[in-house]
Design a protein. Structure first.
Length: 320
């Protein structure tokens, strides 16, 4: 049996050697399996690629695919899926937040024959900023209510999958990728393995709060039509809110009454301002949400490759 490990890397020069050392130790305890370590260098600007080349010289299990620029983690994972050859395939980060030691237990669970994948989730968020944890939990709750995806709070990309599941992921060649959503959408029986949060072994996270918000929004748009329904609801509410003032105006005019004295000048101007802002806000929000979906369609129609390979030591690299 062969296990392919997909490790996306972006400026991970400080963590690569500790990660490889730990991974090598784990693989020695699993001698009955062949390992393929597929490192995807996502356009790193430090010595990540140089370190990978040195590792590859001394270990033929180490394969690297280096992108021409930074295409993002989603593209890196997709490149890994397209080029993995193992009976089992795992995705894991090089910063040691996905403990290699868990691979032993994950393989045992898969070999029980009851599951198609073993996914990991953090049961605690110790060490993570509170505001980031709050929004992360809120995201999973929202996704659970507005979509049918199998996503749990604290879910990581770190998971071990059988070949059939990997092939299904590769078949979904969309450009706007959200892997956590794809994992849930394709189905297959998954076991959720919980573990305590682990700090990075070195370096700093590449995921800023702004990037996480954008990633979450991309996930919502990719796997839910709720924002479109929300935009429609705003339009309906805007219309309903405009009906009472319209009826009141008609009544007053048919009775020959003036609006003078009905409101003070200040109140009348504030009312007009509210109506204008509410209506224009609802319209602009709706247009913006529809525009987001159209932009996703535009990106898909262009059909650009997910990634461009600059250097690799792997034969017959699949490029998509």
């Amino acid at each position: 049996m062969k296990i392919s490990l997909i490790i996306p890397c972006y400026n991970e020069e400080e963590s690569l050697l500790p990660f490889y050392t730990e991974l090598n130790s784990v693989s020695k305890d699993m001698e009955e399996y062949d390992f393929e370590m597929l490192f995807i260098d996502d356009g790193s600007k430090d010595k990540t690629l140089s370190i990978l080349k040195d590792l590859a010289k001394n270990d033929n299990r180490v394969k690297y695919i280096s992108f021409s620029k930074n295409f993002g983690k989603e593209a890196a994972m997709y490149a890994g899926f397209c080029n993995s050859t193992g009976d089992y395939t795992a995705v894991m980060d090089a910063d040691m937040q996905d403990p290699p030691a868990l691979l032993k237990e994950m393989v045992k669970l898969l070999e029980s024959g009851e599951y198609d994948s073993v996914a990991t989730r953090r049961q605690t968020r110790k060490g993570e900023p509170k505001i980031r944890s709050f929004f992360a939990r809120a995201f999973y709750k929202v996704m659970g209510k507005i979509s049918t995806l199998d996503m749990v709070d604290g879910a990581r990309d770190f998971r071990l999958m059988k070949r059939d599941m990997v092939d299904a992921i590769v078949s979904m060649c969309e450009n706007n990728r959200f892997s956590k959503g794809i994992f849930g959408w394709i189905g297959f029986k998954t076991y959720w393995l919980s573990y305590d949060n682990v700090e990075r072994v070195a370096g700093q996270t590449k995921w800023s709060f702004k990037k996480l918000l954008k990633y979450s929004w991309d996930g919502i748009i990719s796997f839910s039509s709720f924002p479109l329904k929300f935009a429609t609801g705003c339009g309906i509410l805007s219309f309903i809110a405009s009906v009472p003032p319209f009826i009141l105006a008609i009544i007053k005019l048919t009775q020959g009454q003036s609006f003078n004295g009905l409101y003070s000048d200040v109140l009348r101007w504030y009312t007009m301002l509210f109506v204008i802002l509410f209506a224009s806000g609802a319209i602009l929000t709706s247009i913006g949400i529809v525009g987001q979906y159209i932009s996703k369609i535009f990106n898909e129609v262009k059909g650009r490759p997910h990634y461009i390979v600059a250097q690799t030591n792997k034969e017959d690299v699949v490029k998509k």
